[in-house]
Write a protein that binds this ligand. Sequence first.
Ligand code: SF4
Ligand code: SF4
Length: 262
Amino acid sequence: MMSPRPKLAVWKFASCDGCQLTLLDCEDELLAVAGQVDIAYFLEASRAIVKGPYDVSLVEGSITTAEDAERIRRVRASSRFLITIGACATAGGIQALRNFADVEEFTSAVYARPDYIQTLETSTPIADHVPVDFELRGCPIDKGQLLEVLTAHLHGRKPVIPNHSVCLDCKRRGTVCVMVASGTPCLGPVTHTGCGALCPAYARGCYACFGPSESANTVSLAARLGMLGARPGDLTRMFRTFNAGAEPFRKESTAHDAQSAR
Ligand code: SF4
Ligand code: SF4
């Protein structure tokens, strides 16, 4: 008897759906992936719902409500491998900007009836709530990296996702360094690989959509950016974007926040 295909589930928490769309964007590869798994739960793609337990769960989005916190525990309990995808799930996402402010001020500014809004004070990554087997960074994630993670799990091997910085990719593709050549501020030295150093290839600085690389030395980079003219407020804003809640970026942005308040 043929062994049943592994059951894949795709879950959404607070997010824009961009990372789930990356899976649907795998136009050439999707049929091959779909042929190896049973897509048991993926509301973005299908109304069919197959009951768990699931072999692999892809989780997009951050935890922003008490209901989210409860639901992710149920997802974890029904999943053998749980893989978080994207900046929201791995770092709290753009919605983690609330962590640096008063959430009631935001809800009052945005909603006509803020009293209807029930939300947590913070937006937090999935790993703050349940054990996670693998984190895939990016806003949104890279299709090639997603396919590598899925294929690795299907074949019972470790995913090969490097964690060097964007700078190394610039060197590999022969891109002239925008900081060295033209003094353009670039977060590439502290940013995780994933895009193939796209922005510097078009003479733009990187603004870190793949989050911190391994051992990101944000202190040194901030000092260098200061020499290029960045003021504390600029540095806070640079580190406070899609991955504002990732620990190295959170610490660095907060350090310059304190300086600009002086
Ligand atoms: S352009 Fe940016 S990412 Fe590329 S080598 Fe220079 S600092 Fe690094
Ligand atoms: S901002 Fe940085 S990480 Fe994002 S695509 Fe551009 S170079 Fe890549």
